[in-house]
Design a protein around this ligand. Sequence first.
Ligand code: CDP
Ligand code: MG
Length: 834
Amino acid sequence: SRLQMEVDARLRAYLARKSGGKGSSLLVNKSVNVDDGNVSADEAFYERQDPITPNSVVLEKIRHRKSLQLRNKQMDWQESPDGQKMLEFRKSLPAYKERDALLKTISENQVVVVSGETGCGKTTQLPQYILESEIEAARGAVCSIICTQPRRISAMAVSERVAAERGESLGESVGYKVRLEGMKGRDTRLLFCTTGILLRRLLVDRNLTGITHVIVDEIHERGMNEDFLLIVLKELLPRRPELRLILMSATLNAELFSNYFGGTPVIHIPGFTYPVRAHFLENILEMTGYRLTAYNQIDDYGQEKSWKMQKQAIRKRKSQIASAVEDALESANFREYGWRTQDSLSCWNPDSIGFNLIEHLLCHIVQRERPGAVLVFMTGWDDINSLKDQLQAHPLLGDPSRVLLLACHGSMASSEQRLIFDKPPDGVRKIVLATNMAETSITINDVVFVIDCGKAKETSYDALNNTPCLLPTWISKAAARQRRGRAGRVQSGESYHLYPKCVYEAFADYQLPELLRTPLQSLCLQIKRLQLGSIADFLARALQPPEPLSVENAVEYLKVIGALDEDENLTVLGNQLSMLPVEPKLGKMLILGAIFNCLDPVLTVVAGLSVRDPFVMPFDKKDLAESAKSQFSGHDYSDHLALVRAYDGWKNAERQQAGYEYCWNNFLSSQTLKAIDSLRKQFIFLLKDIGLVQQNLESPNSWSHDEHLLRAIICAGLFPGVSSVVNKEKSIALKTVEDGQVLLHSNSVNAGVQKIPFPWLVFNEKVKVNSVFLRDSTGISDSVLLLFGGKISQGGLDGHLKMLGGYLEFFMTPSLAEIYLRLKIELEDLILNK
Ligand code: CDP
Ligand code: MG
């Protein structure tokens, strides 16, 4: 009992010091770093102060007291007038009726699946119910709830909303954490974070010590990170019997997840939405006065195609749908309305009539329809911006006194985001141009009209020819229904689908999970980093395992670039790569850029490859735009070097306040350049984080711009994306190992030239339309390919030749090979294993 008195005395002294408001510097809250387990700063402080008393006793006391404080605070808020008003709103949400059932099921089961219509209150309410009930039970200071979101923007928006509903500001009991940003205080008990953040946390602590509830949101989207997380969590559950796992999904299909966890309970929140009338292209054309041609005969055709499709295996499904749809459109002569069906890359090209149709439709809504916001689903950032530009130039739609035109996509600033949720002044029509992000994770309440272009950009991956691409593809029926539902939140609404009914019928029921349609390289590195054993075995335990061939390709690729050794262990390079949240090839460029003191241009190249091409190619001014771009390339024969020049020129112009003019004159998108600029900064931050760049480095502007070195680093990153170059009399023949003959995309600076004075081109992206096109390329020499292409295998020269794809036999003599191998082995030891 003397010990007890001692503890109490110390505790009192400690609390007195704390409530004095001027805590020691150890108490200062580090809001960004959350990887500190569940021991909050003041507890850690106490531990350091008091090495004698058993920590558990002290901690328990502190926590109990804090729990009581939290309970009082919560009750005060709930009884205040504002709190009452908020509570009233919250009680009106469909989720509220299920509150008790939800909490009871969660306390009795380790895993629970919750499904419900978008907007019923899953994301904002359910985590809050858990938090409230824990606080009510005086467990506030011990509970730690993590709710993952697939996107940064939703983690931020949702945490802000939940904090407001609790009458707090962000960083008190509710916080968020996304890559490189966060708001979390020492008392934060409910943390919204991206799935990636939770995965990183697992790296530090495989058991998630201290976390009491994990909520994985939007699992119906079947993102790769989420599917991955589920495998890890499934294996963690037996080790942490107290841990609760809640899976939340928008649409049905909940059984799939329940079965995966051995038949856990599913709670469905019945939702209510107002009826929404669907208009397909045929009705829209009529309504807006667009000319209608005969296409009725294709109705059957479309159906027949869709029937045929069902008989095909899943793997073929996607391309089948695409071709069924394209066929239906082709035969329908829908091209007249702007469907550039042949060129699936530019289906939503700014110059296509599709944009004009949207413009027409928007005018129709603004002039003739009842009040209510309009939500337009586009495929991506580029579309949104081009359409926005076009609409802003329109006399009616660009008039700010009548139309409030907003864009909504993942990479925009949070101040911009907020406008989306605000109500516009009376008489002003809010029009939001969004990506499929607005399908489920974001709810804009006053939407009455939805316009659906029918496509979404998704990464697709064909394991057979090992070609990843990010292309606008037709959405699924589920997604189309989801988009439609967004119009019925507050009253009955209208949805306009810019494709014929028969095309809708040909859509797949659900979208293919990301794990089955993207390259798995980054994921494989994470599996290795988390020490989860053999990659193939691990992935075979997924909800829907990827094809073995895809897994094999990814592992092989990682071996080729030197991230894994022959026995599938992480190499030094692989370990570094796994810490960088970018694709391995981009990570490798960053690492080499830092090692070779050539970071500045490398940052631009990598940022450009991860954002998009800043060169704009308007359809009617394509020639002018192409010649503007080729000016940047000079005699470099490199799209990547052209990008570096364009960016550097823009940076210079910006300093003289002439950035906009510069972009205009050179056919560059200033928005894209700004995005590249900000990404560059993030990359520096990441490199500092893993210790490859000095902490005090402000910007790497003074660093080397050696063109040869830059080519070498680009080659190191893009390998094995190599094509051989043979200059013929009138043409240039290009070949890759996988595809044979390939062509250059017309936007590439190398496309128009007579002769390429380099034996090889490395490329980042190839697209398969009818032939295979290289979208971007950089010329490199033999020696660069030899020294920087791939990693020496333990199989010596033979193995290495195999890895270089057999290219080298064209010119390699045995003695040259011998010298080279020695040199390269030494270099690599020197550089990577230092
Ligand atoms: O996750 P789920 O789609 O089920 O719904 P939610 O995101 O929790 O949103 C529930 C409701 O909260 C929405 O219907 C909106 O009325 C409201 N909400 C809001 O007013 N402001 C936000 N930033 C988020 C939600
Ligand atoms: Mg939600």
